[in-house]
Design a protein around this ligand. Sequence first.
Ligand SMILES: [Zn+2]
Ligand SMILES: [Zn+2]
Length: 255
Amino acid sequence: MNCQNCKTMTEEGYSLCETCEMRLAGTLLRLARDVTPLHDSLDATLHPGGHSPVRIQTATPPTPIRLDVLDLIDMLDATARELWRCLDGIDALDWRKDKRNEDLKATLIACAGHPRLATFADAGFYMRIVNNLARKVDLALDPPEQRREIGTCELCETMLTAGAADQWVTCPVCGREQRAQTVKLRRLKKLCWDNSKRSSAADIARVFSDAGLKVSRKTITTWEQRGKLPRHADGYAYCDVYRLLVGPDLTEPVG
Ligand SMILES: [Zn+2]
Ligand SMILES: [Zn+2]
């Protein structure tokens, strides 16, 4: 017989070769690990930072729930349960006979470790479906890095954009190459030295954190609740946050 996935020769009675069986089991286990991050990223107001644990606040989203992620979880759930029934020889159309009520994660793990994973008739077919789902999950959890505005060019004041990992930026107008960190710091300095510059807690937290001064949105709102930080009609002043963050009267740890 030939492996249904890679077409190499397999032992009699096997639908997948050993390598493809390992890969399918690995993909199923990886999907099991992704179930929790997937549920976490349903909230469209948060970018969960994908596979990394750091959460990044994003701009106002169009809907409060990510429907693409909801669909993906549904699809993953249906596929995993169908695969498990298939592995146990329960007719796909006879799903009522399946009394199991394990959660998605447990179902995926059960499939990955199933003794018939390499021998059941539709192994190649399910491997393609599972790989396809895994690609979509990766995309949902780690969306392509977005470039965002980091500050203006030191020569011509053009707004520059950079990805989170970019060390250097080149001005698209005058061609000046400059360090991304310097651009961000200069922007922060300008915002902090001008007491008319105001913004939301989330935006301020992002600009400070970009420049290497860690302050969370929650810290800023806590300062306001404790009467330390005035809130103006157009938001908090950068200079006030700066004073609280680095000023001498900072008596509590910044969290
Ligand atoms: Zn193979
Ligand atoms: Zn320039």
